[in-house]
Design a protein around this ligand. Structure first.
Ligand SMILES: Cc1ncc(C[n+]2csc(CCOP(=O)(O)OP(=O)(O)O)c2C)c(N)n1
Length: 367
């Protein structure tokens, strides 16, 4: 059985597979997942949440400069990334650390990236949380909002032309749907029927701006209709609904039937970044309401029904995740910054003369 997209988009009610008590609403929509898969998903969600806490504290301690958390949004990015195949490429925004972990990006490399040290695969050239991992098919993240949307569409168009089976997953927030890049990407994807899945994590805020103040449409999935593509609105705090919708959209993309826009309705339960203070604009009542709908809590209840979760299991997972983070951070903090000559690497295939001059200057200065 498939999720009924249009009806869900029109009446605005997000599709759910799990009720808030963790029970399954309709067995026919429950994605098939082994108990190993379920445990991996749960572990990654808990680990991602704990990473947020740890890195946020580290920023306050002055050990890192900046961090972007995804607290409350784990199901939306982890569930969708989990549904992708190895050959697919992910065009992440910056708020999807769990998706990166799912694609095999190690916690050690994650910590090195945030520190911008010599262990960082991007050699300190990127902002913290703007990771890239070629082996896991994670394109380097671009800071300007929405940039990754046409990038993903271009990649998917290429895959279609080359008759490859890979699809692209483009991640972005509700704010990004007000950019020109969203329009360009959606329009192109609709016209050329490219194998792309747009995953809009509608966390209802673009830094301090509520979604109602930056778009007049009642729900984002509806925007798909203007481009002749399918729009699905799912409960973004329902891991199983996210997985089901993404699997369905990817299958459609691979069979040549084109793009889908998945709107995963969720809520940003923390600050936009370590440079933000949501107490200045946030709404305590709304936050408290959304805490009750927490995606980890709901999935935990489902796992309890399945006989996987119990308080001891929880403790074990938390200890394991805590130790994994500590080890990664400890190892990463031992490393020095990248050497100065890395400044001249990885940007040009042939270094232009003026940069060559500068490089000589750096090596003469003994840096
Ligand atoms: C083109 C552009 N304008 C403004 C910014 C500053 N900025 C960074 S994140 C952000 C909010 C984006 O909101 P949304 O797309 O909803 O994603 P979220 O951060 O909520 O996940 C803004 C305005 C930017 N990076 N790029």
């Amino acid at each position: 059985m498939t999720l009924k997209s249009e009806a869900a988009a029109l009446n605005g009610k997000p599709v759910q597979v799990l009720k808030e008590d963790g029970s399954v609403i309709d067995k026919r929509l429950e994605p098939s997942l082994s108990s190993e898969d379920l445990k991996k998903l749960y572990y990654t969600m808990v680990l991602t949440r704990m990473m947020d806490e740890r890195f946020f504290k580290m920023q306050r301690q002055g050990r890192i400069g900046f961090y972007l958390s995804s607290t409350g949004e784990e199901a939306a990015h982890i569930g969708s990334a989990f549904s992708a195949e190895k050959e697919d490429w992910l065009f992440l925004q910056y708020r999807e650390p769990g998706a990166a972990l799912i694609r095999g990006f190690s916690l050690f490399h994650f910590a090195c990236q945030i520190l911008g040290n010599s262990g960082d695969l991007t050699k300190g050239k990127q902002m913290p949380c703007h990771y890239a991992y070629k082996k896991g098919h994670l394109l380097s993240i671009s800071s300007p909002v929405g940039t990754q949307i046409p990038q993903a569409v271009g990649f998917a168009w290429g895959a279609k032309i080359r008759n490859e089976k890979s699809a692209a997953l483009a991640y972005f927030g509700d704010g990004a749907t007000s950019t020109g890049d969203f329009h360009v990407g959606m329009n192109f994807a609709g016209v050329f029927k490219v194998p792309v899945v747009f995953i809009c994590k509608n966390n209802q805020l673009a830094i301090s701006l509520p979604v109602q103040k930056q778009t007049a449409v009642s729900n984002i999935a509806l925007k798909a209709q203007a481009y002749g593509i399918e729009g699905v609105r799912v409960d973004g705090n329902d891991l199983l609904a996210v997985i089901q919708a993404t699997r369905q959209a990817l299958q459609k993309a691979r069979s040549g039937e084109g793009a889908t826009l998945i709107e995963a309705l969720t809520y940003r339960m923390g600050a936009h970044s370590t440079s933000d203070d949501p107490r200045l604009y946030g709404d305590e009542m709304t936050l408290e309401e959304w805490k009750k709908k927490d995606c980890i809590l709901r999935f935990q209840k489902y796992l309890e029904f399945k006989g996987i979760w119990n308080p001891d299991y929880e403790k074990e997972i938390q200890t394991q995740a805590g130790e994994e983070i500590s080890k990664a951070v400890e190892e990463a903090e031992k490393l020095p910054p990248p050497s100065y000559d890395t400044l001249f690497e990885d940007v040009y295939s042939e270094i232009p003369p003026q940069l060559e001059e500068e490089r000589k200057g750096v090596s003469h200065a003994g840096l």
